[in-house]
Design a protein around this ligand. Structure first.
Ligand SMILES: *Cc1c(COP(=O)(O)O)cnc(C)c1O
Length: 478
């Protein structure tokens, strides 16, 4: 018996066509006309290697139903060729309803910012050149005026991200010195940014005050009177909420204490909201009100609620910003021309708040009314039903999230599409949509596949309809 199956395997291995035969086949030639030959060769080799190990390791019953003909092998190789040609950073469709999805690239740029990046990226630019004076300029000056104008701060600078902004601030202003932070605000953001660790890295000395759930102003005062303190740092607990028996010192009170004791107050705000979203039920402090509270420096991200590129923005007192600009680390964590172009265009949009809400994608998603999500869901369902598969679509009330480590416990009400089918499980539907040319990322809830129209762009609708069409055709063997 055993010998028999070994013989069978040898016979199967011999059945695999030769590499040359495959490469020269008309089938492959016609499909891979313009593809570099090394990609074709590498893909064929890999396919054949996989096939050989599959034969050697496979049980008889599995091998029986397996196809080893030229056509099937070429089909497999073409899948590999496609994968090798695909960019690793590429567009996907976010049907999850999580607006600032950390895994899906956080904020998406406005059209205006996108054009500005494109124009700047492939040309020479004014990055460090002052055209009026015909001499060297500073990249810091390109957006600091806009940040100051919009936030009301004296001055501003921009670095790689907000984690870098916190590191620079502590390194430049508090190396080997004491910095007071509330125990309730020793946050971890996104698994890799932790306040105690970033402080250690900066060489500043963390003085913890209060407890996890309660910190009083007197705790800060006592810590500052007991020793020399360089800074007091307040951290916005942007990705969690402490509820119940709690006490947090508001920024205004801390600013007063700072004035009295002559200690600068730094506020790591994180989310960078520039537009009041209270009318839309989103409770989150704006940068403007934080600056107005009198904090000496306010630090925030460019790609969270601001809706721009990845960046860390520091807004506040001129002389403190000058000290940070002069620090070696400022050069290490500086931003490039594409970031500055995207940030400048995004900030310009904020010169008129109504324009900002209409043109900055994450703001228009947040402010989209439930009625609009319903209309959009209806439009998509109508087109999906035209496919004629056995999918059943139902429009049901749902909740979207802002995400990106902001506004925990705050959900935005709207309508979502729930999909079921007798021919395909929700898990397989999810997988098939994820494997689409432009991957479609949705979620499964109560055994139904959910599409949230809040995070879809107009251009996504055709792709979703085509993906469902393809899945239905595959089910039918067409
Ligand atoms: C998000 C966040 C950070 C980190 O900002 P990145 O731009 O992701 O580096 C730091 N502090 C707070 C409070 C945050 O919310």
């Amino acid at each position: 018996m055993e010998e028999d199956s070994i013989m069978d395997k040898q016979a199967l291995l011999r059945k695999i066509p030769k590499i040359d035969e495959l490469i020269n086949s008309e089938e492959l030639q016609s499909k891979c006309d313009e593809i570099p030959s090394w990609i074709v060769l590498e893909s064929i080799r890999e396919t054949i290697d996989e096939l050989r190990s599959f034969i050697l390791e496979g049980t008889e019953s599995v091998l029986e139903s397996f196809k080893f003909d030229e056509f099937s092998i070429i089909e497999k190789a073409i899948v590999k060729i496609r994968e090798k040609q695909q960019n690793n950073v590429r567009r996907i469709i976010n049907a999850t309803g999580t607006i600032l999805h950390t895994n899906l690239g956080r904020a998406n740029l406005s059209e205006r910012a996108g054009f500005h990046v494109q124009e700047t990226a492939s040309a020479y630019s004014t990055l460090e050149y002052n055209v009026k004076e015909g001499k060297r300029g500073s990249r810091h000056d390109l957006v600091s005026g806009l940040v100051a104008k919009i936030t009301g701060a004296e001055d501003a600078m921009v670095v790689n991200n907000n984690a870098a902004a916190v590191l620079l601030c502590l390194s430049a202003l508090a190396k080997d010195k004491n910095v007071v932070v509330s125990r309730g605000e020793l946050v971890e953001i996104g698994g890799s940014f932790r306040i105690p660790e970033i402080m250690e890295l900066s060489g500043s000395n963390l003085i913890e005050v209060g407890t996890t759930n309660k910190t009083h102003l007197r705790d800060y005062r006592k810590a500052a009177l007991d020793r020399e303190v360089a800074l007091m740092l307040k951290v916005h607990t942007s990705n969690y909420k402490i509820v119940g028996f709690t006490q947090e010192v508001e920024i205004e009170e801390l600013v007063e204490l700072g004035k009295e004791l002559e200690i600068p107050i730094i506020y790591d705000l994180g989310s960078g909201l520039l537009c009041n979203l209270e009318p839309y039920g989103i409770h989150e402090p704006t940068v403007q009100e934080t600056v107005a509270s009198g904090a000496d420096l306010v630090l925030f991200s460019g790609d969270k609620l601001l809706g721009g590129p990845q960046a860390g923005i520091i807004a506040g007192k001129k002389e403190m910003i000058a000290a940070m600009k002069a620090h070696q680390l400022a050069r290490v964590i500086r931003v490039d021309k594409m970031t500055l172009a995207a940030l400048e265009s995004t900030l310009r949009t904020y010169l008129d708040m109504e324009t900002a809400k209409a043109e900055i994608p994450i703001l228009s998603m947040i402010t989209m009314t439930p009625a609009t999500t319903k209309e959009n869901a209806e439009k998509l369902v109508e087109r999906l039903e035209e496919i004629g598969g056995d999918f059943q679509f139902e429009i049901i009330p749902g909740e979207s999230q802002i995400g990106g480590g902001s506004t925990p416990n705050q959900f935005i009400k709207g309508f979502v599409i729930a999909c079921i089918s007798n021919s395909i499980t929700p898990d397989n539907l999810e997988k098939n949509l994820r494997f689409n040319d432009i991957p479609i990322i949705g979620r499964i809830s109560n055994d139904r596949y959910i599409i949230d129209p809040r995070t879809l762009f107009n251009s996504d609708y055709d792709s979703i309809v085509n993906a469902f069409k393809k899945i239905w055709n595959d089910i039918n063997g067409k």
